[in-house]
Design a protein around this ligand. Structure first.
Ligand code: GN1
Ligand code: MG
Length: 367
């Protein structure tokens, strides 16, 4: 979509909302691998108001109405219990027809207010901010602990079923749809060697050894909105994949992204490793917010959760590369392969630091 098309599209989308004004600017926000996000400035009564408009990726979310229903369910639950966050970005604006989304030209759009002076970071500013981020994700889990799980739709089936993810990867490798299998023999060796370990947490869940909880399932550091001035977390955003899941994966996914010494798609693999200081900083905040409610098995396996989710995301990037880049947005031809390689390197480093990570976890557990 070029900028003129985006402008026209936004005009149609905004016209479906109780917003009376002229659009002054539309800017693409190029973060996130799934949805398309725009910042829209609208002149209303001489004031310039900013909104965030998002087009939901319907290749990924086959039932976007269920995604939006889940978000509404969460917001209503928090309202009923009087739980407030510092801003209410999770509240999408109701359109004129009463839904919290609109369908325009066959695309699903949603709209919320832009929060002034807010920011989300792709890289960690300092350890204090990271401890705050850990607290924010831990608190998110704690505040939704009483939400009945059957009130949520499973928006992407088997989203973090790592065993199924591994099976999918090996199937994609066999199928070789994009003719790229020859390039990834080394990467496949990593998955063949670690397939059983990657399935361990799913097996523990099935055996009743780990509890199912309401989880966020996409706890990237940039999914926390922060105050630009103070670095304080305002709220957790991107609730698209909120579903029953494992706490260990929410913890681990945040570590995967925020405690990597390099970016998620770093191509110089020597720069990629787990930063133990960052691991500790995040863990401290996370456990301060929800540590009391975690079981012994959960505490024992937080470190493994970081490894497993990192390997899982690596498998998803690699499977998408083998399938011909259908799922994740890419910005260069081998982007998914580069992401996969980076995540594999990180997972390998985590494996060598499992004991250190476990020790660090227990240094923050209150007796
Ligand atoms: C996607 O949209 P974004 O960038 O927050 C993906 C996550 C992955 C992540 C990897 C619905 O999240 O599962 O962990 O990319 N979201 C979906 O960066 O698949
Ligand atoms: Mg997302």
């Amino acid at each position: 979509m070029n900028s003129l098309e985006a402008f026209e599209m936004m005009r149609r989308v905004i016209s479906r909302y109780p917003i009376k004004g002229e659009i002054a600017a539309v800017n693409l926000i190029p973060t996130g691998h799934i949805n398309d996000t725009f910042c829209v400035a609208v002149i209303e009564n001489d004031a310039a108001n900013k909104y965030i408009a998002q087009r939901i990726n319907t290749y990924v979310f086959k039932k976007p109405d269920q995604v939006m229903k889940n978000i509404q369910t969460v917001a209503q639950y928090l309202d009923k219990r009087g739980i407030k966050e510092k801003c209410d970005i999770r509240r999408y604006i109701n359109a004129l027809d009463g839904n919290n989304y609109v369908v325009e030209d066959g695309c699903f759009w949603r709209l919320c207010r832009y929060v002034e002076n807010s920011v989300s970071y792709d890289t960690v500013e300092n350890e204090k901010v990271l401890t705050n981020a850990g607290y924010a994700f831990g608190r998110f889990q704690a505040m939704l602990a009483g939400l009945p799980m059957d009130s949520l739709y499973e928006t992407i089936p088997d989203f973090h079923n790592t065993r199924v993810r591994m099976d999918n990867l090996f199937r994609s490798y066999e199928k070789n749809e994009a003719g790229r299998a020859g390039e990834v023999a080394g990467e496949m060796e990593f998955f063949a060697a670690n397939r059983a370990l990657c399935s361990r947490l799913v097996e523990m869940l099935e055996a009743g050894e780990l509890p199912l909880r309401v989880t966020h399932n996409d706890t990237k550091y940039n999914n926390i909105l922060m105050d630009r001035t103070t670095g304080e977390p305002l709220c957790v955003i991107d609730l698209d994949t909120i579903m029953p899941g494992l706490s260990l994966y929410d913890f681990g996914d945040a570590i995967r992204f925020a405690a990597n010494t390099a970016a998620e798609d770093e191509t110089d693999l020597d720069k990629v490793s787990l930063n133990m200081d960052y691991f500790k900083a995040f863990t401290k905040g996370f456990l301060a917010a929800c540590g009391d409610s975690l079981t012994k098995n959960e505490l024992d396996n937080l470190a493994l959760g970081a490894f497993v989710i990192t390997a899982e995301i690596a498998s998803r990037f690699l499977a998408d590369y083998l399938d011909g880049d259908k799922y994740f947005h890419i910005h260069r031809p081998k982007h998914n392969l580069e992401r996969a390689r980076c995540q594999i390197r990180l997972a390998q480093d985590m494996l060598s630091k499992l004991d250190k990570m476990r020790e660090a976890v227990y240094s923050f557990v209150k007796n």
